[in-house]
Write a protein that binds this ligand. Structure first.
Ligand SMILES: [Ca+2]
Length: 214
């Protein structure tokens, strides 16, 4: 009889113990948290046990049962070169608990695992270059660069002459989605000729040829 009693207890334990449900609210406390659920904060995908570096960051920034996302979005917990916000598709930390998930869930990576990080591959570079255009060519002065970006990031816009010297440079913020920049070449006392406009950030480089003819 005692045997059955113990067996019953064990059955009840497994019936009601669901490690994923043990912390039902945690994934919803960070943007796109349900994409990778417990793996964001724990080494074990079932939650509990040792925390990932991001899990430690979260644990250190809990307030009344909520995660202070505003304090941790700009930290790179796992040291892979990308902030927690960049990995969870909210690079500017604008998301708040209760809002729908930001950005593109299919691009979410693990903020607590340095081997999981956003794509900086030739695929991303090809995407950026295939989804960008420069016009008009040739130009008498005004030049427009339009491009589609999968990521928010600070970028460097540089104009090179045919000899490879930088004749103009500017730091800009690329946003997720369509971007457009306009430059008036007449403001920089340039000679007629061929120039190259390069936009680069840590995800991709876009390189476009310009013909300037006043
Ligand atoms: Ca990171």
């Amino acid at each position: 009889m005692k045997f059955f009693s113990i067996l019953f207890s064990i059955l009840m334990f497994f019936l009601y113990y669901n490690p994923v449900q043990a912390k039902p609210n945690f994934p919803s406390l960070i943007p796109n948290g349900t994409v990778n659920n417990c793996s964001n904060c724990h080494i074990s995908p079932y939650g509990s046990g040792p925390r990932t570096p991001f899990g430690e960051t979260v644990f250190d920034n809990l307030s009344n049962g909520n995660v202070r996302w505003d304090l941790i979005f700009n930290i790179d917990s796992d040291g892979d070169g990308f902030t927690n916000g960049e990995e969870l598709q909210d690079p500017e930390g604008q998301w708040a608990f209760g809002q729908s998930d930001p950005g593109n869930p299919s691009l979410v990576t693990l903020p607590g695992d340095a081997s999981s990080k956003p794509t900086t591959s030739s695929v991303e570079e090809e995407f950026a270059n295939n989804n960008s255009r420069i016009y008009p060519v040739p130009t008498i002065g005004i030049i427009n660069l339009e491009y589609l970006s999968n990521y928010f990031d600070s970028s460097r816009l540089e104009l090179f002459n045919a000899n490879g010297n930088i004749v103009y440079a500017e730091n800009i913020d690329a946003k997720i989605g369509q971007n457009k920049w306009t430059i008036n070449l007449n403001n920089y006392s340039l000679n007629n000729g061929v120039y190259f406009l390069v936009l680069r950030n840590k995800y991709y480089n876009i390189r476009k040829r310009i013909v300037f003819s006043k």
